[in-house]
Design a protein around this ligand. Structure first.
Ligand code: X2X
Length: 334
């Protein structure tokens, strides 16, 4: 018998057929995420696919679908779909999972974190594990945590220096907690899919939005449609790479180990390029014509005080035990 007509993946699978879970060629896994194909989310997803293929000798092939295509543009629906096995893999941000798992709002409570060390102590430590356990109950196996980042505010009306400057602005937001935060600031929030937001900003349907610089604002060219940016760091948003628990349970131990390693390495890479993009991002945005305002410590305190009612309300929804676990880890990390 000759293998001359077989592709490499199929030949490898046939040679090693006795030990592989997928004997006949590569199995395609579908990965959904809800930003464009230039973002660090997409780069992290592609990296995961490359690494998984490498580590399984071509037994798996990951197909990455950006812009929430597989959930009809609905960024909140992806988690529920992966939970029931309708999607194999998802890469999405914590805030998008809050309708399914309100506890996921903990990461994004206003002004919970002051720096990346505090972030890493939670997402890469026991508090992140606690959330992974809650997601497991919904059929989602969290493989690794990546980064969307600290969310910064942009708009087309005026520079934002104080909470009063937010009054009356029509703001696009991603999820329910941000509605309450924007209301606390006196803005008019409107929940909207990310895939519809650039057009809404361009047409003036909304005045502003908030998103992280390195992961989203730069790669999605938000600077083309927004004039003012303030680095108020008001809310941190992690992303996670999750696999359908049903898919995970089908895999043998070697494949699970390969997938876990690929996820850890891909998300470490994704966090690194996101932080680099953010660090170099302000100068880039200024070159592109944005007016960037970096608030002082006192000005940040004023935003913190103004958003406190939304923090308190959402701390109740998350559960005070979980919030306290995060706060203790954060306090211990400095
Ligand atoms: O929709 C957004 O703003 C985004 C891309 O950051 C999220 O997925 C929460």
């Amino acid at each position: 018998m000759s293998f001359i007509n077989f592709g490499r993946a199929a030949a490898v699978a046939l040679f090693a057929g006795a030990t592989l879970a997928v004997p006949a060629g590569a199995e395609t896994l579908r990965l959904s995420h809800n930003t464009g194909d230039a973002t660090t989310w997409h780069q992290g997803a592609e990296k995961f696919g490359e690494l998984l293929s490498e580590k399984t000798d071509g037994a798996f092939d990951v197909r990455v679908f950006p812009n929430a295509q597989l959930s009809g543009g609905d960024q909140m629906k992806q988690a529920e779909m992966v939970g029931r096995g309708a999607l194999d893999l998802v890469l999405t941000s914590a805030i998008n999972v809050t309708p399914l798992v309100p506890e996921m709002a903990v990461f994004s409570l206003p002004y919970l974190y002051a720096n990346y060390d505090q972030v890493d102590a939670t997402t890469q430590g026991a508090p992140g594990e606690t959330l992974s356990e809650i997601l497991a109950e919904k059929g989602i196996k969290v493989l690794a945590w990546g980064e969307n980042g600290f969310r910064e505010v942009t708009n087309n009306v005026r520079p934002i220096k104080t909470p009063e400057d937010m009054k009356g602005l029509n703001m696009r937001v991603a999820g329910p907690m941000y509605i309450d935060v924007m209301n606390a600031l006196g803005a008019n929030p409107q929940q909207m899919q990310w895939v519809e937001t650039m057009t809404a900003l361009q047409q003036g349907v909304v005045d502003g939005q908030e998103n992280p610089i390195g992961a989203v604002i730069i790669p999605q060219q938000v600077y083309e449609v927004q004039k003012y940016l303030t680095t108020w760091h008001y809310s941190y948003d992690p992303i996670f790479l999750g696999v359908a628990q049903s898919k995970w349970d089908e895999m043998d131990a070697d494949t699970q180990a390969a997938m876990q390693e690929a996820a850890d390495e891909a998300m470490a890479y994704q966090r690194q390029i996101t932080r680099e993009g953010t660090e170099n991002g302000i100068a880039f945005l200024q070159e592109k014509g944005m007016e960037v305002y970096e608030p002082t410590a006192e000005e940040l305190d004023a935003f913190r005080a103004a958003t406190q009612p939304a923090f308190d309300e959402w701390a109740q929804k998350v559960g005070t035990d979980i919030v306290e676990t995060f706060q203790t880890t954060i306090a211990d990390s400095q």
